[in-house]
Ligand binder design. Structure first.
Ligand SMILES: O=P(O)(O)OC[C@H]1O[C@H](OP(=O)(O)OP(=O)(O)O)[C@H](O)[C@@H]1O
Ligand SMILES: Nc1ncnc2[nH]cnc12
Length: 178
C-alpha cells in the first residue's frame, strides 16, 4: 500500500461537523498510530526537501493542528518553528490579520520579529479548505518580511479552490472528494 493510500485510510470522516453541510476530516487517527505518524512526517520532509531548491529557514505552523506537525518538521530540518496563533494569545507586539474560513471567521497573529527579513518559510497545517487560514498566514509572513516557499498540508479540498488564493505553490498528501 502506498503512503498516500495508507494515510487516507486512517482519516476520520464526520458529516455535519462542526455544522450542517461541513464534512469534517479528522487527522487524529493518524497521530494515534506511531507508524502512520512517522510515515506522515517522513513523507512531508521528503516532499519539502525534494520540491524546494532553497532550504527552508522557518516552519510556520497554524493554530491549532499545525502545531502538532510544525515543530517536528522544523527540528528535523534544522529550521526555526514560528506559531501563528488565534487572536489575543501571544504576548508582546504582534502582527494581526482577520480572515474567513470554511465554517466561520477568525483572527491570526504572529509575534513581531519572529521572522527575519528575507527568511524562507514553509507554512504547515493539517488541512486546506477555503484557504482563508493559510492565506492569512501568508499575509503575516509577508508583513514580517519573510518569503513563503510553499504551503504544505496533509489534506486538500481542491474543489473549494483555497489553493488559488495563496501567493505561492501548495501541496497536500491526501485529496478529499466533493
Ligand atoms: O482553509 P480554511 O477554510 O481556512 O480552513 C482550514 C483551517 O480550519 C481548521 O482550523 P480551525 O480554524 O478550525 O482551528 P482549530 O485547528 O483550532 O480547530 C484547519 O485546521 C485549518 O487551519
Ligand atoms: N472539512 C474540514 N475538516 C477538518 N478541518 C477543517 N477545517 C476547515 N474545514 C475543515
Amino acid at each position: 500500500m502506498s503512503d498516500v493510500t495508507y494515510l487516507k485510510s486512517l482519516l476520520g470522516v464526520h458529516p455535519d461537523f462542526p455544522k450542517k453541510g461541513v464534512t469534517f476530516l479528522d487527522i487524529f487517527p493518524i497521530l494515534r498510530d506511531p507508524v502512520a505518524f512517522e510515515t506522515l512526517i517522513t513523507h512531508l520532509i521528503h516532499h519539502i526537501l525534494t520540491t524546494n531548491k532553497d532550504r527552508p529557514e522557518v516552519i510556520v505552523g497554524l493554530d491549532a493542528r499545525g502545531f502538532l506537525l510544525g515543530p517536528i518538521i522544523a527540528m528535523r530540518l534544522g529550521a526555526a518553528f514560528v506559531p501563528v496563533r488565534k487572536g489575543g494569545k501571544l504576548p508582546g507586539n504582534v502582527e494581526v490579520v482577520k480572515y474567513e474560513k470554511e465554517y466561520g471567521h477568525d483572527e491570526f497573529e504572529m509575534q513581531a520579529g519572529a521572522i527575519q527579513q528575507g527568511q524562507k518559510c514553509i507554512v504547515i497545517d493539517d488541512l486546506i479548505a477555503t484557504g482563508g487560514s493559510a492565506s492569512a498566514a501568508g499575509e503575516l509572513i509577508k508583513k514580517s518580511g519573510g518569503v513563503t516557499l510553499e504551503y504544505v498540508f496533509i489534506v486538500g479540498l481542491p474543489f473549494l479552490n483555497g489553493h488559488k488564493r495563496l501567493d505561492g505553490p501548495s501541496y497536500w498528501i491526501v485529496e478529499a472528494e466533493d
